[in-house]
Design a protein around this ligand. Structure first.
Ligand SMILES: [Fe+2]
Length: 451
């Protein structure tokens, strides 16, 4: 016990010593990252300083800094033993011309960041939206980072969806690991909006590092659940973790479920404008990894089915043996595609509902040509200290393609009817190892028929 206490103290002192020698306790901006709002004329920028500043602002413009906006500064106290403090700054660049390239820098009179570039969100929905999608990327062994940096800075995708599990962990070593990870992804996230959802590795101190370090639009206001429109897509991000960390309160899962239903109702009213609905949450409803019976082979997968009610009396009250199941909700509102991670691998499922595979019944030989069920994809192989996860050798009925190469997913939502997915293998130098074209001529629950 004493040895452990001494070694923890040594680690802390080492971390603080590194902080001092690298000048981290300074007002110099670092960890710069972007996020969208639901207004294409806005872009939010978030950054960190290690000491407080007397002002906080962003300078921006199309080729020179002819505009400036003040931001807000928040003192964040990590929950670790050192109660380490960082200062999180947020500012909104507004009045942007959709599709226009901008330059920007953030900071104060005490220090300015480098200059970064971004493209303002295009207006309307009639444009191909290009995403990089992945989860489970860490401070150590983050193998996809250089590939993602190159693509982000080359303008190859418009946005990142990071499907939970960051840094391993953001709170580790009094949140010094979180700082380091956010510096590592700055060459990606300062150039394209970096949209997120929480994973189990963010759970420390009630997810406080996750809730404070990102600036996601709407929802609960802290990035646990929110949605936004982007090109032909309505994107929904929600927390699978509310189903597992019940010590932090079970009501969060109820509030989120109510919000999900209301959001899906609104999204379906707007379906003519934003035909695709794509959802992401960290833990999978479907997978076939041999090391995860909690999710892959469990008929009571909590996200998929919800909580078992547990008694016949309560079943009569709720009208079902389960409550808060997301799969049935998504089926009822015609959610087209669901991304998960958590498994350190890539797996594309056949169209599936209630554990029944429902491939397309059209004359096309493409199982994803107007399939009568949603499509699930697990993309948790971006690279982390825990390595890759093994598969059940023969797979499960919904397994269509599996790989445990490190890598990430590219998604292009081309228009109202066509969506392309590609899986990039970092192990194979950026080679595409899987691709599909997902076609939907008609969106909404009436397109599903898999019971
Ligand atoms: Fe996870």
């Amino acid at each position: 016990m004493l040895v452990r206490a001494i070694s923890q103290r040594l680690l802390l002192l080492l971390g603080l010593a590194i902080s001092l020698t690298t000048g981290q306790l300074s007002p110099q901006p670092e960890q710069v990252h972007l996020s969208v709002t639901n207004d294409p004329t806005q872009m939010v920028v978030t950054w960190v300083t290690q000491s407080p500043t007397n002002s906080t602002s962003v300078d921006y413009g199309t080729n020179r800094f002819d505009r400036s906006a003040s931001g807000v500064q928040e003192k964040f106290v990590d929950g670790g033993s050192a109660k380490r403090v960082i200062y999180i700054h947020r500012a909104v660049m507004s009045g942007l011309r959709p599709g226009q390239r901008y330059v920007y820098r953030v900071g104060s009179e005490l220090g300015w960041s480098d200059v970064f570039l971004f493209t303002a969100t295009k207006s309307g929905s009639d444009w191909p939206a290009r995403f990089a999608v992945y989860g489970d990327m860490g401070n150590t062994n983050g193998k996809s980072i250089p590939f993602l940096q190159k693509e982000a800075q080359s303008g190859d995708f418009d946005m990142v969806l990071h499907v939970g599990d960051f840094a391993y962990n953001m709170d580790t070593n009094n949140a010094l690991v979180g700082d380091e990870f956010m510096r590592q992804v700055e060459p990606i996230a300062a150039y394209v909006p970096y949209m997120t959802c929480p994973g189990n590795h963010e759970s420390a101190y009630n997810f406080s590092n996750y809730r404070r370090r990102f600036s996601m639009p709407g929802g609960d206001g802290e990035g646990s659940f929110f949605s936004f429109d982007y090109g032909p897509v309505h994107v929904i991000s929600f927390s699978s973790e509310f189903y597992y960390y019940l010590d932090y309160g079970w009501k969060q899962a109820v509030y989120q479920f109510q919000w999900l239903e209301e959001d899906l109702q609104r999204a379906n009213q707007n379906r003519a404008n934003r035909p695709w609905i794509i959802a992401m949450a960290h833990r999978p409803m479907y997978c076939s990894n041999s090391d995860d019976p909690q999710h892959c082979t469990n008929a009571d997968n909590l996200i998929r089915t919800g909580f078992p009610v547990g008694s016949k009396q309560r079943s009569r009250i709720f009208g079902s043996d389960y409550i808060l199941g997301v799969e049935q909700l998504f089926y009822r509102y015609g959610v087209d595609l669901i991304f998960g991670a958590h498994e350190h691998s890539y797996e594309r499922m056949w169209p599936v509902y209630n554990q029944k595979v429902c491939n397309s019944t059209t004359s096309s030989d493409n199982p994803y040509d107007n399939p009568p069920a949603p499509v699930h994809v697990i993309t948790g192989s971006a690279g982390c200290v825990e390595g890759e996860d093994p598969f059940i050798p023969a797979g499960l009925p919904w397994s269509a393609f599996r790989s445990d190469d490190y890598g990430y997913t590219r998604m292009t939502v081309a228009n109202a009817t066509h969506l392309m997915l590609e899986q990039v293998s970092v192990d194979k130098g950026g080679q595409v190892i899987d691709s599909i074209v997902y076609v939907r001529n008609k969106h909404g629950s009436s397109a599903f028929n898999c019971v």
